[in-house]
Every structure is written in C-alpha cells, then in structure tokens.
Design a protein around this ligand. Structure first.
Ligand SMILES: NC(=O)c1ccc[n+]([C@@H]2O[C@H](COP(=O)([O-])OP(=O)(O)OC[C@H]3O[C@@H](n4cnc5c(N)ncnc54)[C@H](OP(=O)(O)O)[C@@H]3O)[C@@H](O)[C@H]2O)c1
Length: 322
C-alpha cells in the first residue's frame, strides 16, 4: 500500500489487519511513521516519483492500494509529480512486475470530478470538470490507470471530504471554532458530501474484493449532504461553544490564506490553506451520489456527520490536540 502512513492510509492498514490481510507499506525515508509504527506490517522504502524504487514493492502482492498523493502543494509541478507521475510510475511497476495481481485500487478524489454547479447531486462518474491543480492532477492519475493498466483489474475510488481521528485539515476548523470564532465561507449555505474515515476504508476494501467493480469508478459517501454552516454549528455544539461565536467574514479568511501562502514560500513548506481552495469552497457545491457503490457491492456508510464529529472531537481531546 502507498500512502499507508497518512491519515486515510493508516486507517486502511488497521482495517486490513483486522481482516487478516498481510500488509506491506511503501514509505519514504522521511515519512512520519507514528500511526503505523506499532502495527504488524512490513515496511518497504520507495518514492512514487522514482520509478525504479517501486518494482520490489509491488511484487507478489494480491492487491495494491494506491493512496499516496499530495493534497496541498505550492505549485502545479508538485501536484503533477506526486499525483500524476507517481501514479503512472506505480501503474508501470505493476504491469512490469506483478501482472498476476487481483486488483489495483486507486484512491482518487471528488476533486477529479470537480464541483457541482448547483445543489444537484452528481450521479455520473464520467463527467469530470476539475477546477483546481489538485483535482486536475488526480484526474490525470485516473487516466494513467485507465490507459496504462493493461491486463490488471483496477477500480477507482473518489472520496469526498473525509473526517475522523488523525485528520488535520478539518481539525484546524475545530480549533478555530473552539476559540469561539466561526469561519464564514460566503453565507455558509454551499453544501458538500462527506464520509467518515472508518466507513471509507471499509468501502475501499469492499470495492477491492468485489468482482463487479472492475474498471469502474465509485463515490463512497454519506447519502446526506451538509452545508458548511450546518457543519460549523454541529462542531460548535459538540465543543459546547454554541451561541458565542465571532463570525470571521470571507475577506478576512482570504487575507489569512494569502499570508499562509507567503509563509509557505518563505519556509519552503506547504500552505495550510490557499486562496484558491477558499474560493472553491465558498462558491461551489461538492455533491456526489454514492448509490452505485451500494448497488454494486453493498456499501452504505454507518456513521453520520453528528457521530463523526463526536468521535473526532473525542479523539482530538484524548490526544490533547483540543
Ligand atoms: N483526506 C481527504 O479528505 C481526502 C479526500 C479525497 C481524496 N483523498 C485522497 O486520499 C489519499 C490519502 O489522503 P490523506 O488524507 O490520507 O493524505 P495524507 O495524510 O497527506 O497522506 C498522504 C500520503 O501520501 C504519501 N506520499 C506523498 N507523496 C509521495 C510519494 N512521492 N511517494 C510515496 N508516498 C507519497 C505520504 O507519505 P509521506 O508521509 O512520506 O509524505 C502520505 O503517506 C490521497 O491520494 C488523497 O488525494 C483524501
């Protein structure tokens, strides 16, 4: 598995171990291994951008789960290298070194499909209009799978916004709200699909092992959609700070994002939030229909937004993060 030490990957590793799989994690020398260090897995070193480092990692495995990717990067080149070149290299390694595998699973993103213009849920998996560099590079990764994965069955999963323990983006929102500040994205009415991480990894494994999913693309998502305002209110409610929030208007958030981008250039890191991301969230609906996953392999999420927020906040508190 690639991306195994990350947020979703580490949950998938845990789930696969419970299901009695033997798991090999492709990690980098620089990877932070805190979530998988104590798990009964084999580690193999490699970098998806380096083609020659991947053959050994994919050899003799029945399933290759590809989750490595860059969600935030300073420029197009970094998205392209990680999400497109990295995926293409891994696909080529599989074709060259493990043609007999049972399934290649690429974890893409709803960003590859792009936002939905209106509050109408997108049902078709083949209509893609990505708007961000991230989304465009993830779609190119999907194309590398479709075009180059000859002779090996594959499936593509497009998760929506994922919440759960270890997640660090929504966590920043939790921290802001705990300080009684309410970030306002537009008027907060734009809606999004979400999924809780434990549901997502269960769905990924179900998709990997179902015969019906070969060559298909699936959204794995809570059937309910939620507005940003609704989400902020639920977070505030569970944190016990409702009613006292100081609204921070969009223009202020925009300035903060600009400063974060400048800071990232100065420090050589990746911006926590960019102006482009903010614009996308404020202006767009991100709504997707997961019913095909239910029809083809019986996947339905078990944890709704309320429960997901509750579990996440409890975990952040246990870790001393909140
Ligand atoms: N989180 C979400 O809400 C969400 C939603 C939709 C789709 N996704 C997709 O799900 C996947 C996992 O996301 P996540 O939230 O778990 O991200 P994450 O916590 O940032 O983890 C990213 C993982 O990718 C690895 N990686 C990045 N570049 C690599 C490279 N060149 N070679 C090998 N490994 C590399 C990272 O390893 P290092 O530790 O070494 O950097 C890390 O293990 C991504 O592909 C993302 O596009 C996520």
């Amino acid at each position: 598995m690639t991306g195994s030490n990350g947020f979703i990957g580490s949950h998938l590793v845990e789930y696969l171990l419970v299901k009695q799989y033997e798991v090999t994690c492709l990690v980098r020398k620089t990877s932070d291994l805190r979530w998988i260090r104590d798990l009964d897995v084999d580690l193999i070193y490699g970098d998806c951008r380096q083609r020659e480092s991947l053959d050994e990692a994919v050899k003799d495995h029945d399933y290759v789960f590809h989750l490595a990717g860059k969600i935030r990067a300073r420029d197009w080149g970094a998205y392209y290298d990680a999400n497109y070149t990295g995926t293409r290299n891994l696909v080529e390694a599989c074709v060259d070194s493990n043609r007999g595998m049972k399934r290649f699973i690429y974890v893409s993103s709803i960003s590859a499909a792009g936002p939905t213009d209106t509050a109408i849920v997108q049902t078709k998996e083949d209509e893609c209009r990505p708007v961000s560099d991230y989304g465009k590079s993830k779609l190119m990764g999907e194309e590398a799978v479709r075009e180059r994965m000859t002779g090996i069955p594959w499936v593509i999963i497009r998760p929506p916004n994922i919440l759960g323990p270890r997640e660090e983006d929504l966590y920043s929102v939790f921290k802001i709200i705990r300080r009684r500040v309410k970030p306002l994205l537009g008027n907060g009415d734009k809606q999004t699909s979400i999924c809780f991480v434990e549901d997502l990894v269960r769905g990924i494994e179900m998709a990997a092992t179902s015969e019906k999913t070969v060559g298909n693309v699936y959204y794995l998502t809570d059937p309910e959609v939620y507005s940003w305002r609704e989400m902020a209110d639920k977070i505030a409610e569970y944190l016990g700070v409702s009613g006292l929030l100081l609204p921070v208007p969009y223009p202020v958030l925009f300035v903060v994002a600009s400063l974060l981008e400048v800071a990232a250039v100065v420090t050589g890191g990746e911006p926590l939030m960019t102006r482009k991301q903010l614009r996308e969230l404020k202006d767009s609906y991100w709504l997707y229909d997961g019913s095909r996953a239910e029809e083809d392999f019986g996947f339905t999420p078990k944890i709704d937004l309320n429960k997901g927020i509750e579990i996440s906040i409890d975990w952040y508190r246990e870790q001393g993060w909140l």
